[in-house]
Design a protein around this ligand. Sequence first.
Ligand code: SF4
Ligand code: FES
Length: 362
Amino acid sequence: MPDDKKLFKVTIDNITIEVEPGTSILNAARKIGGDVAPPAMCYYSKLKGSGGKCRTCLVEVSQGSTADPRPMPKLVASCRTNVMDGMVVKNITSEKVIDARNGVVEFLLINHPLDCPICDQAGECDLQDLSYEHGTEGTRFEFVRRTFEKHDLGPYIQLHMTRCILCYRCVFAADQLTDKRQHGILDRGDHSEIATYIKQSLDHDFIGNVIDVCPVGALTDKTFRFKNRVWFLKPQDAHRDCPRCAGKVRLWTRGEEVFRVTARRDQWGEVEDWICNECRFEKKKASDWVIEGPTLISRHSVISAGHYVGMKMPREPLPEVMGGRKPKLLMDIHSVSEVNDPNIDLSKIEGPAHSTDFVNKG
Ligand code: SF4
Ligand code: FES
């Protein structure tokens, strides 16, 4: 009997793991976690057919497989390339990859407006994060940026076409979550745009999910527009008995006030359970919900700046990537000054912490 369970060994950034045949390099890297996982602006594990559009997930394959150890001649999109047994991949350990990623980010920003100061997505925008890591200060683009005729998508969803990076996620989400096609991408090249063609509004019960899958601020929630900055809000997990969806959501609150409702997202920023429009847009009172508690936030998120509880430390694979060596810190204040008391639990301090909380009494 053939051994169906044979796993493939793949080494990514010097860390070897075993994965099932058919796993993409991106998903294998996500199993390792941390910075080893390439950024993904168009791939979305819950949307069939997604990926292969944005090129932010490029990696270098320095050994194709044990059977054919030749390197792949060009960088490959990790979301669309499956692992082979004995494959060796470089992501953050490859200068070529970093260089290409800088180029991809420059390309994505060619037509993207500098809207972050007024964009509702600021603070939770994948493109903003990528630009901080890979962007340059200036632009070499000398032409006028794209402009579009305004499309009204109805009472709930605001489209800013100039911010769209044409990742197709919203198109896949609308196609796969609704029973009739809602919108698509019209035209070719730099004329391409998200549109309903005859300018209808998007009005299916689950269409609000396109807001959550959009990696930039091209699709935002009209009921939340300009109301607050996400880093001033406190995300809390909550649920309600909903006849249409699982009713498991994230409430973004300030004091007692619920500013917006979104789906819960996993560590890769992907929606865990799709939610219906009623939960998202109509239930804006704390009394509509059973609040479970503060959302666990990755410490890399700007949103964790606004509250002191529920910080989840992501896996830090850098020492493993560097063969056991720790990254050199300019100054590790924790070991040098020893001002921090390791027994202080920030979640137990009422309100913001003060210096007196950290006096090391030990
Ligand atoms: S609107 Fe957002 S989700 Fe849709 S294609 Fe543009 S960037 Fe992607
Ligand atoms: S995430 Fe792979 S090409 Fe966009």
